[in-house]
Design a protein around this ligand. Sequence first.
Ligand code: GLV
Ligand code: GLV
Length: 333
Amino acid sequence: KQQRVWVSRPLFPEVLATLAQHVDLCVETKESKRTPEQLHAKLADVDGAIVGLSDRIDAAAIAGHHRLRAVANLGVGYNNLDLAALTAAGIIATNTPDVLTQTTADYAWALLLAAARRVSSAERWLRAGRWRGGMRFDDWLGVDVHGKTLGILGMGRIGQAVARRASGFDMRVIYHNRSRLPEAVERDCRATWVDKTALLQQADHLVLVLPYGAQSHHAIGAAELDMMKRTAVLVNIARGGIVDDAALAVALRDGRLAAAGLDVFEGEPAVNPALRELDNAVLSPHIASASADTRRAMAQLAADNLLAALGFGPQAGHPPSWLNPEARGRACR
Ligand code: GLV
Ligand code: GLV
């Protein structure tokens, strides 16, 4: 085998096996936030890499690495990749769209329902041995989900899949997106476009599914939280940094919002200690796509993308989810 590939975290053995048929592998035993220097060293002398959100692949990470030809991201969001720098260097970049859409949409509902109905805090209370009778009829009151207005900020594939699920809960769906969806799609999702202010003011519950970037940094901060209903649940399955976590903690603490369901955090794996203190926040470690079938499909898609980028298999030269087709790829050494 002529080519070498670095894999930044353990993957499913059967997926690694498909890679190992074609390339030499260096697989890390655990995911970790490496320093820029460590990452630069890992990318030396490899032809390709499979990376994830904790790996920031920018100009510094690839500087001087003339052998590197392809980077396959494990995830649909790719704000960890500096696409301009990769494209300028002729390095192919790929992500894992579509395979995780339905599973991730399911999880938005898991968080919405858990936060609205206080599932996590009730379980903590039960496990602590505090269910000893004498419970009041008006204990553990949550807020309803069914029949309410669901707001969705960011209406890509995942946002649309979240919207479709709302029919079963008899909800009205409003959304905001920079570009309005075609009418046929809106009809199919039973969703109505509104401006961002109307979305914040009218949504009984709000789900965030927009990509992270300079334009969406702190899209939900103190001012936006102030516009929301006090009975609202906020769900973030998108990216840390879209919500100002410190402002959210204050709003939740002061009862300016009923609850939040959060799968992503600013600076994760660190989680704002103020959020961890709150009983009305349901918190999970960035697992919205983590069903057995979907994580396996994501890993396989990343592997297929990388192998195609490196010139192997039926899709050689045409990775299925190519983010920068303008990067023609570097000549094979
Ligand atoms: C996960 O966060 C993803 O972007 O797929
Ligand atoms: C990307 O964020 C998507 O919605 O698929």
